[in-house]
Write a protein that binds this ligand. Structure first.
Ligand SMILES: CC(C)(COP(=O)(O)OP(=O)(O)OC[C@H]1O[C@@H](n2cnc3c(N)ncnc32)[C@H](O)[C@@H]1OP(=O)(O)O)[C@@H](O)C(=O)NCCC(=O)NCCS
Length: 160
């Protein structure tokens, strides 16, 4: 378990018993159609290639993050696909999202990962600013990625 600097939050791996709390947070953080169906969150929790973390304050889950460990082929580089990072609105700008990300990045580096990729809606300026601050750069614009309507930025960060 990782203590955050202020000492009032902690980060731990998610477990299957967290499913209800994670689905509730996801439904608050994303609009219908973009929020993950409950079954997909359950799949994240069961999938051994996915690292899923929760942030807790006083024993209550206030944020989550997930990253899938991938290899392009057996011989080539290992990398991570950031699935999500989300913090309940009333707990934002307290470094929780950043701490969740840093923990995932550390875990990926330990596994030998050399880069992290993600998709984010071009309409989600808050998240784009958050990822740019973490060192991600835009590498592509993917048309109609969300709901077959909204484009996504594909962003990447090298861990070298
Ligand atoms: C994106 C998100 C996870 C950030 O979580 P957070 O806990 O508020 O992030 P942090 O407090 O660690 O922010 C770190 C830095 O990122 C940048 N940042 C974060 N939110 C920002 C915002 N709304 N506007 C501009 N910059 C922002 C800032 O530089 C911030 O540092 P500062 O507070 O010292 O200025 C949160 O806004 C969220 O849950 N959004 C909804 C879900 C979502 O869109 N997730 C990402 C797509 S998968």
């Amino acid at each position: 378990m990782t203590k955050l600097p202020e000492g009032s939050f902690s980060i731990r791996p998610a477990v299957s018993q967290d499913l209800d709390a994670l689905a509730a947070i996801d439904a608050v953080c994303f609009p219908p159609g973009i929020a993950y169906p409950r079954e997909e969150i359950a799949f994240l929790l069961l999938n051994p290639t996915v690292i899923t973390l929760v942030a807790e304050r006083s024993g209550v889950i206030v944020g989550l993050a997930a990253l899938e460990r991938r290899r392009r082929t057996r011989q080539t580089a290992r990398y991570g696909e950031l699935v999500t990072i989300e913090v309940l609105p009333q707990f934002r700008r307290e470094s929780i999202g950043g701490a969740l990300y840093e923990t995932l990045e550390t875990r990926l580096r330990e596994w030998g990962g050399s880069s992290i990729r993600l998709h984010v809606s071009v309409e989600n300026a808050d998240a784009v600013a958050f990822y740019q601050r973490l060192g991600f750069r835009v590498i592509d614009r993917v048309p109609q990625y969300y709901l077959r309507r909204v484009d996504a930025w594909q962003m990447e960060k090298d861990l070298l």
